[in-house]
Design a protein around this ligand. Structure first.
Ligand code: ATP
Length: 319
């Protein structure tokens, strides 16, 4: 293997830059040339590629976003589009590709392996919705961003004696709500993986108010939906003024935490090693803080990671 390509695809996440840096620097360390592909599979199809060197990735480990930019590509979903991508890979002499992104991006990488280009997937998404790995790059930073928001909302909430629903990202995965809810001392955590009972949420709020609590925070995962309706129902049932805050894209930005930088560095470097060992079609992950790799198919078929023990604990601690 002489030339390794790297791209970021799908939604961006803090720590993607640390992963790019690890791919570039470890490839050069092992004597390979590195090509950076801009704008994900869209850039691959259109040949938006340049050679990268040590200084291309200087001063980026602490930056959010991705210096290679990211995109979603309809064209890459077609056989014709993927043929163009393969042609571009051949023109640039790329004989192995590291794809940093979510499960959709991994499906694209799997298709490229089928076309003869060995690929590796490094999980970059704040949602933590890839079940084969304990953590994805950007999740820890997003949880900390939500924690910061909880602190700010709690200040104003206490002054007015209000209840607050904070809707967080995660798509169909409740991990951001769960971990930020536990760490932020939320009264209730509502996630798509567990059926919730609005009367239970309301009774906690009322009990809290009756023992003099000045504020209440409810964390709601976006996958549940209906934040405004839930807020209205809570207000009607408890008589407490209830505000809804939808945090949105601020959760995707910011400087990555040390944890995200470390797992991004470990997985990016390991992806290069695996390519050099002649492996292909593998998704990188983290288990017990060790780097693991599994076949893409196994990654797609792994289910049921939701941490019910932690959910139970959060409920116990918020009685
Ligand atoms: P995020 O979790 O942040 O949304 P993602 O990688 O899952 O990231 P997607 O939009 O699902 O984001 O996928 C990114 C790109 O990967 C798509 O725009 C498309 O080009 C490619 N892709 C997705 N699914 C497939 C597929 N089944 N076959 C080929 N390419 C795919």
């Amino acid at each position: 293997m002489k030339t390794i390509g790297v791209l970021t695809s799908g939604g961006d996440s803090p720590g993607m830059n640390a992963a790019i840096r690890a791919v570039v620097r470890s490839s050069i360390y092992h004597g390979c040339k590195v090509i950076g592909v801009k704008q994900g599979y869209h850039g691959l199809i259109n040949g938006f590629m340049d050679e990268m060197n040590l200084s291309s990735v200087a001063d980026i480990i602490h930056r959010g976003g991705t210096i290679l930019q990211t995109a979603r590509s309809e064209a890459f979903m077609t056989e014709e589009g993927r043929k163009k991508a393969l042609y571009a890979l051949q023109i640039f002499g790329i004989d192995g590709l590291v794809v940093i992104g979510g499960d959709g991006s991994f499906k694209g990488a799997q298709k490229l392996t089928e076309l003869g280009i060995p690929t590796m997937g490094v999980p970059g998404t704040i949602d933590n919705d890839l079940r084969y790995t304990e953590y994805t790059i950007g999740f820890d930073t997003a949880v900390n961003t939500v924690l910061d928001a909880i602190g700010r909302i709690r200040d104003t909430s206490a002054s007015h004696g209000r209840a607050n629903i904070i809707e967080v990202m995660g798509r169909h995965c409740g991990d951001i709500a769960l971990y930020a809810g536990l760490a932020g001392g939320a009264e209730s955590i509502i996630v798509p993986e567990i059926q919730f009972d609005i009367d239970n949420v309301c009774s906690k709020l009322i009990k809290g108010r009756n023992r003099g609590k000045l504020h209440s925070i409810i964390l709601l995962a976006e996958g549940v939906g209906g934040a405004l309706d839930i807020g209205k129902e809570i207000e009607e049932k408890t008589g407490m003024e209830t505000r809804v805050t939808i945090l949105g894209h601020i959760q995707r930005g910011g400087s990555p935490t040390s944890f995200d930088r470390i797992i991004a560095s470990k997985m990016g470097a390991r992806a290069v090693e695996l390519l050099l060992e002649g492996k292909k079609n593998r998704a990188l992950g983290i288990k017990g803080l060790e780097t693991i790799d599994v076949d893409f198919e196994e990654a797609f078929n792994t289910t049921n990671k939701f941490d019910e023990d932690t959910y139970r604990l959060a409920n116990i601690l918020s009685i």
